[in-house]
Design a protein around this ligand. Structure first.
Ligand code: KG4
Ligand code: ZN
Length: 343
């Protein structure tokens, strides 16, 4: 029994301040997520400085609430895990400094979490059984990457976006259509009334062997459809609700088809029959539908993280439990690594 092991996980890589308490058997005792969505709404995207300052204000109340929900005290903790890569530098620093200070004060070890690996691990948590080896796809506001995950410790980078992330494209296109931030849910909501075949938007690299994505050309194609080439004031564009719905549906279809096709290719190239998917864009209903159908056609066992574990949270930081059991602790000089390490 590992239920006497209690780990506090901290997540502050982007615009969610989150904490959770997990036991050694991967049971979640409590979890809190404080979203900053409202703070960034008016900028149509995350403003790093605003995000970092909001983390500073919220991190201790979020941890307090998590401990209260979990009905434990700080002194009951066995270790603290924190996501230190990748993410916004200022945001990462808040979580890391907080975790280190608590570890020092409590005399307990520090564990590091790779935020992208944690997104994949959300599937392991949800299914309750081993998912390794698998192909992992992370599709979020900042990332669209494919990994070959042979174990919870070994993630080999297979490919990813060479420009925008899928979620970023959703957010930018939503902004062009004057839809609220975050763009993913806004686009999928109006796309329900649109024709996905109204516009034939590009599906970059879809017939290519490389396991990379590119969404900036798609974003530009949508922009040209909305207002032609040249300088454009989006606030002056007049589109009917139907035109907006058709653009949203056609854009969504292009992203979804690209993501699904590349991911199936990744499974075929690695000869891996288990697929785990996480990140905010994995909440998209059309994506879930097409991915499920194609996985079935190709004999692939598919795990998509449940919606509440798709967007950023600290529960997925439970991947640190694997490190705890393996004795992989960090020194207190652990640093942040904001950029993507391709491994
Ligand atoms: O994983 P996440 O919460 O944060 C990051 O680490 O980036 O992902 C946020 C992204 C945003 O770009 C948002 O527009 C997108 O996920 N998203 C969606 C949907 N829900 C959230 N994209 C498409 N369809 C959705 N239903
Ligand atoms: Zn994320």
């Amino acid at each position: 029994m590992n239920d006497s092991i209690l780990i506090l996980t901290i997540e502050s890589t982007c615009d969610e301040t989150a904490a959770a308490v997990i036991d050694g058997d991967l049971r979640v005792l409590g979890s809190v997520v404080a979203s900053q969505e409202k703070l960034h709404e008016k900028f149509n995207g995350v403003v790093p400085e605003v995000a970092a300052r909001a983390h500073v204000k919220r991190i201790l109340p979020v941890i307090d609430e998590t401990l209260k929900k979990s009905q434990i005290q700080l002194s009951d903790l066995s270790a603290i895990a924190v996501a230190n890569t990748p993410g916004l530098a200022g945001s990462l620093l808040v979580g890391l400094v907080c975790a280190k200070s608590l570890c020092l004060a409590l005399g307990i070890p520090l564990l590091s979490v790779n935020h992208l690996h944690a997104h994949i691990y959300a599937c392991r948590l949800a299914t309750g059984k081993n998912v390794f080896p698998c192909v992992g796809l992370i599709i979020s506001g900042g990332h669209s990457h494919l990994y070959h995950c042979t174990s919870p410790f070994d993630f080999k980078y297979l490919g990813g976006t060479i420009d925008d992330a899928a979620g970023e494209a959703f957010d930018k296109v939503a902004s062009m259509l004057s839809l609220p931030y975050p763009g993913g849910p806004s686009i999928s909501k109006i796309a329900v009334n649109g024709n996905p075949k109204a516009y034939r938007f590009p599906r970059t690299f879809i017939n290519d062997q490389r396991l990379d994505f590119s969404f900036s050309g798609l974003k530009t194609a949508v922009r040209y459809t909305i207002g032609g080439q040249g300088k454009l004031d989006f606030s002056k564009i007049q589109l009917s609700d139907q035109e907006k719905a058709d653009i949203a549906a056609s854009f969504q279809a292009a992203v979804v088809e690209t993501l699904v096709s590349k991911t199936i290719q990744a499974c075929q190239q690695t000869n891996v029959k288990t697929l785990c998917i996480g990140g905010g864009v994995a909440a998209n209903g059309e994506f879930r539908k097409l991915m499920t159908a194609r996985a079935e056609q190709n004999g692939i066992q598919l795990h998509i993280a449940p919606i509440e574990l798709c967007t950023d949270n600290a529960v997925m930081g439970a991947i640190a439990i694997e490190k705890y059991h393996a004795g992989q602790f960090e020194e207190l000089d652990l640093d942040i690594v904001p950029g993507l390490v391709r491994s």
